[in-house]
Design a protein around this ligand. Structure first.
Ligand SMILES: [Ca+2]
Ligand SMILES: [Ca+2]
Length: 467
């Protein structure tokens, strides 16, 4: 065979020898070359484009359209599958291998939100199933007079010379909403108070301010910061009767220097933000102005961070969120970069957190375009549409912005709520966001609790999406 090729190659060159111009065609190298049969000389034009699916997400509430194409699998059946349930969408055209199918919410009712597989059956060429995410879009009331959300003005603490300033907010598993307030008192120092608002039923909190006094708080549980539990964000508390080493980890908040009871808050480190993923595997904190990440929910074991070729990286960032953005069950980190006003993603590679170009490129562009000239005041990650991967939730002055994530680094849509409330009932610039389940409906999707430090108000925004 090899000799054959050489022979034909040699013959062609020889024939060309005396001419001024001579094309050596590709067939010259083929042992099956037959001058009498030019058709046989053509290189087979099979270009396998693979299985192409138009979108990676489809709404469980409103359905959508899926366009599927596979030129190598004409006539194959297209089936959606999830844990024993399957739905045949149709058959790829025997002419062009395409199928366009409108899928209704009723069609999708056999599936639950999360990952489903799109498979080809009776296919000539075997394909890896294509992963689609079924989501349930959040549904927020848009009118201020809507009964499901309300702005709550925070109250003045007894003995304080200044107003309470809410700085952090969390949703506890009970569920209730916890707000960390800073209050200036007479001698000029800052003390930490905590108010808990019962959230069941939500309307009840609006009229009853269930503030807990500082004394009560110290005698039972004290809270030092925010972390997250399986049910949402909560203050990371410690029991006053059984102090653990974790107490000294959160030396001070926002410049506080306080000594209370037998616990000493050391002033040498200022932790202004604290947040972990929902399972407590990674914690991020801004300590003395620098962002650091740690193993677990303590601040003992730092995780090295590698910015790689991320041109947007800046260490001066003050906003970040932790969650699972690619669905591998391991927490990823989203960091806002001040220089480019964009957000990028870092994933765990062994012992370090490494910049992920795959998960960052489109998000950097999307976040920069949606933010425009405004810097975000809060960045959080949570699965607001329950498709199994966390979404990016941002505040940018009065705006609440949700960037639904498809798990592969693409962010096609964005949900922008231009303001929470209006007139006297407006929340004002949002300074902190908490996401978790609120309300009595266990099927309800995650809701939002928002703080405006500037306006000294908090707001509860119920997500009414129940699939
Ligand atoms: Ca992950
Ligand atoms: Ca999601």
């Amino acid at each position: 065979m090899f000799n054959n090729k050489l022979f034909y190659f040699g013959a062609t060159i020889a024939l060309c020898g005396g001419l001024t111009s001579c094309a050596v065609d590709a067939c010259s190298f083929d042992s099956d070359y037959k001058k009498a049969d030019p058709q046989a000389c053509m290189i087979p034009a099979i270009v396998d484009t693979g299985l192409i699916v138009s979108n990676k997400r489809i709404s469980r509430i409103s359905g959508g359209t899926l366009a599927i194409s596979d030129k190598s699998n004409l006539g194959a059946d297209v089936v959606l599958m999830q844990a024993g349930s399957s739905l045949k969408l149709g058959t790829l055209s025997s002419e062009d291998g395409m199928l366009k199918k409108e899928v209704s919410a009723a069609d999708l009712s056999i599936f639950t939100v999360g990952e489903i597989k799109l498979e080809l059956q009776s296919a000539k060429l075997k394909r890896k199933p294509f992963s689609i995410r079924l989501y349930s879009e959040p549904s927020f009331p848009t009118k201020a007079e809507g009964i499901d959300w309300k702005v709550i003005p925070t109250t003045m603490d007894e003995g304080a010379s200044g107003l309470d300033i809410p700085v952090m907010i969390g949703i506890t598993p009970q569920p209730s909403i916890a707000v960390l307030n800073h209050t200036k008192i007479a001698n000029g120092t800052i003390k930490q108070t905590i108010k808990l608002y019962s959230a069941t039923p939500v309307l009840a909190i609006m009229s009853d301010n269930l503030g807990i006094s500082l004394g009560e708080e110290i005698n039972s549980n004290s809270y030092t910061g925010f972390s997250q539990s399986k049910s949402g964000i909560l203050f990371n508390g410690f029991d006053a009767a059984g102090a653990t080493s974790s107490v000294s980890r959160f030396d001070s908040f926002m410049g506080m220097n306080i000594t209370q009871g037998k616990f000493r808050y050391k002033p040498h480190r200022i932790t202004s933000q604290l947040c972990s993923d929902i399972n407590g595997k990674v914690t991020g904190a801004i300590i003395d102005g620098a962002l650091s990440f740690f193993e677990g929910q303590s601040l003992d074991t730092p995780i090295e961070i590698n910015h790689g070729d991320n041109k947007n990286a800046s260490i001066a960032t003050l906003k970040f969120g932790i969650g699972d953005l690619d669905g591998d069950q391991y927490p990823d980190v989203a960091i806002w970069h001040k220089l480019s006003n964009s957000i990028s993603v870092y994933t765990r590679k062994g012992d370090i957190l490494e910049w992920s170009p795959e998960l960052s490129t489109k998000l950097q562009a999307k976040s920069a375009s949606v933010l425009g000239q405004n810097f975000p005041t809060a960045v959080r990650l949570a699965d607001i549409d329950r498709d199994g991967v966390d979404d990016i939730i941002l505040a940018d002055r009065e705006r609440l912005i949700i960037l639904p994530n498809d798990g592969t680094g693409d962010y096609e849509e964005s949900i922008v709520i231009s303001a929470i409330g209006s007139g006297a009932n407006a929340l004002g610039p949002i300074s902190a966001i908490a996401i978790g389940q609120i309300g009595s409906n266990p099927k309800s999707a995650s809701s939002l609790a928002l703080v405006s430090s500037q306006d000294k108000k908090i707001a509860v925004v119920l997500n009414q999406s129940t699939e």
